[in-house]
Design a protein around this ligand. Structure first.
Ligand SMILES: [Zn+2]
Ligand SMILES: [Zn+2]
Length: 331
């Protein structure tokens, strides 16, 4: 089968690999759509997270069960599924409380084990979530990033009338705008360098979009969700907040940064970190998509064959960003 494998920084190759064999307690999935995530770009640009090379990348997918191994119950061939791609130790104090996203050994498929950028994927049944047959698989591929945004908004503790600032209109920033709007937040301002992405944020419900941070006092916001993870956007986020505001840090950093912590101290800011999601967020994401209460499809800018994976990575890491979420279609 074809798979997109990471070989090193800037080096993703689509090549023939053996199709995985479904063993006892495993499920073989035929991948329908697989999304390229910001964390895949951290791998591509910096070699973060991956534990061996080459590795089949990818952790966001929808697909159909092709085969179930012995000792698997609850799933049959033909079922539509999405995955919980978190790989955890399963027995630390956080895993035992169902808080796998806080497991000190947290990794993801596509980083610490083969991922979904291939025609087929093996998963354990407890890491699969069945989705309704009527749900389009293209939409279902966005369950995982929607779960991230739901977790961000929960951690941000947004209660109207809050003035919300979202920094970064990549897929996570954009889906966060959708989730905030669905939660009844009407004042949502977005900052992104890319005019195309600003335009998209506006279409998705942001009431104000800006290509740089405002510097006047009257434009300050109560909560900032930082979904980029670079020095300038963190510094800008802190300046954008009103005294006593809340900084929600949802972006992962590729580099060490220079930052003045006094900016947090003097404004008495509350700082909240966000990492991935809880299992419940995945279920909530499925329910939102099944009931059409949140429509994530405008976030998808391109659907490309798996064979074009290397081209998709170049598009997403280009300096001019006219793509948002790219889905790969392996079959
Ligand atoms: Zn993701
Ligand atoms: Zn653990």
């Amino acid at each position: 089968m074809l798979a997109a494998r990471y070989y090193g920084i800037g080096d993703v190759r689509v090549e023939e690999v053996p199709r995985p064999v479904c063993g006892r307690g495993e499920v073989l999935i035929k991948v329908a759509y697989a999304g390229i995530c910001g964390s895949d770009l951290h791998i591509y640009r910096k070699g973060m997270f991956v534990t061996k090379v080459p590795e089949t990348m990818g952790h966001e997918f929808s697909g159909v069960v092709e085969e179930v191994g012995t000792d698997v119950s609850g799933l049959v061939p033909g079922d539509s599924v999405v995955g919980d791609p978190r790989v955890t130790c399963g027995n630390c104090e956080w895993c035992r409380q169902g808080l796998g996203h806080l497991c000190p050994e947290l990794g993801f498929i596509g980083e610490v084990s083969p991922g979904c950028f291939g025609e087929y994927l093996l998963m354990r049944p407890e890491c699969l979530l069945k989705i309704p047959k009527f749900m389009a698989l293209q939409k279902a591929a966005l369950v995982e990033p929607l779960a991230v945004a739901l977790h961000i908004v929960t951690r941000a503790k947004l209660t109207p009338p809050v003035r919300l600032g979202v920094v970064g209109a990549g897929p996570i920033g954009l889906i966060t705008v959708l989730v905030a709007r669905a939660a009844g937040i009407s004042q949502v301002a977005v900052v992104d360098l890319s005019p195309d992405r600003c335009e998209l944020a506006k279409r998705l419900g942001a009431d104000l979009v800006m290509e740089s941070f405002p510097d006047d006092f009257s434009s300050q916001v109560d909560v900032v969700i930082e979904a980029v993870g670079v020095e300038k956007t963190l510094q800008g986020s802190v300046k954008w907040l009103r005294p006593g505001g809340r900084l929600v840090m949802a972006g992962l950093y590729e580099d060490k940064i220079c930052f003045d912590p006094n900016d947090i101290v003097v404004k008495e800011l509350e700082v909240v970190g966000v990492n991935a999601y809880e299992t419940a967020d995945l279920h909530k994401a499925i329910n939102h998509l099944a009931s059409d209460s949140i429509d994530v499809t405008p976030v998808v800018s391109h659907i490309l064959p798996l064979a074009s994976a290397a081209q998709a990575f170049s598009m997403l890491t280009a300096s001019t960003k006219n793509s948002a979420k790219i889905l790969l279609e392996p079959n």
